[in-house]
Design a binder for this molecule. Structure first.
Ligand code: HEC
Length: 242
């Protein structure tokens, strides 16, 4: 008897989808009024057992602007889906972005207005790298602190030290961000680098051999932001450090 009960409770607990709370989806009025949600949500739920319902206070949010994944468009407006890092949310997003999801969106004929389209180009502007204050500051800081030895970019092309890898070469390494995050601990930097609150002071017996690099953790973050947007060297050719 106990065994049977155990089996029963296992079955119940492994098919929990319908008993799980429904996910709410908030959407702009024109999407709600069009009837699109009543068309797509039951189809998604049937397919996956995950219930999503229209709900203005929902955790899933459709918005007419980024952030979020662009999922469909109508009349020049691109609707973006914002989710949280939850497996059921991701399932819904992935479904909307799949062929089946797109077909479901496009098979809907609204009573008024144009149909929704799920196949469209997202303007490149959105993915273009934005040079924000941080990256600009990061470039300056790189020139000041690192440009003595490293070629940072065209501006100090002639100044780098022959044996020192350029930032473009370092950027091309798959683990570039780890190297930059830890550069102060990687030779030759510890001998001359001080980062506020991070590195121990120089040993008085072994002062920095050169004018020290002194910076803060925020400076390093700005340098990382800058390096993230520079063009990596093409290492297709045999690796040359300079
Ligand atoms: C005094 C010269 C000098 C300065 C200043 C300097 N570096 Fe370097 N850096 C080097 C040399 C030389 C190497 C190559 C070390 C090697 O190949 O072993 C290097 C290597 C690196 C590496 C790769 C390390 C590794 O082991 O993978 C990174 C990342 C780096 N530097 C970042 C920086 C940053 C960021 C700054 C400025 C905040 C900076 N460096 C300032 C001389 C310098």
């Amino acid at each position: 008897m106990r065994f049977v009960l155990l089996c029963l409770s296992l079955t119940l607990s492994t098919s929990p989808s319908w008993s799980q709370e429904a996910l709410g989806l908030a959407a702009p009025a024109d999407v709600k009024d069009s009837g699109l949600l009543q068309h797509i949500l039951p189809r998604f739920s049937l397919k996956t057992g995950i219930r999503v319902i229209a709900d203005d206070g929902g955790v899933l949010v459709l918005e007419t602007e980024p952030p979020g994944d662009p999922v469909f468009t109508r009349d020049g407006v691109i609707y973006h889906l914002r989710i949280e890092g939850d497996a059921r949310h991701e399932r819904f997003r992935d479904w909307l972005l799949s062929d089946i999801g797109k077909n479901t969106v496009e098979s809907f004929t609204p009573e008024h207005g144009a149909p929704f389209s799920a196949r469209f180009e997202v303007k490149a502007a959105q993915t273009d790298t934005v040079i924000d204050g941080d990256t600009a500051r990061g470039e300056e800081l790189s020139m000041t602190h690192c440009g003595r030895c490293h070629v940072i970019g065209p501006k100090n092309r002639m100044n780098g030290l022959g044996s020192t890898p350029s930032f473009a070469v370092l950027r091309a390494m798959p683990d570039w961000s780890e190297r930059f995050e830890a550069f102060f601990a990687l030779n030759p930097h510890p001998a001359f680098t001080q980062i506020d609150g991070l590195t121990p002071p120089f040993d008085p017996a072994r002062p920095s051999p050169i004018h020290p690099v002194e910076m803060t953790f925020e400076d390093l973050e700005a340098i990382l932001a800058f390096v993230s947007v520079i063009k990596a060297a093409d290492l297709g050719a045999p690796l040359q450090l300079q």
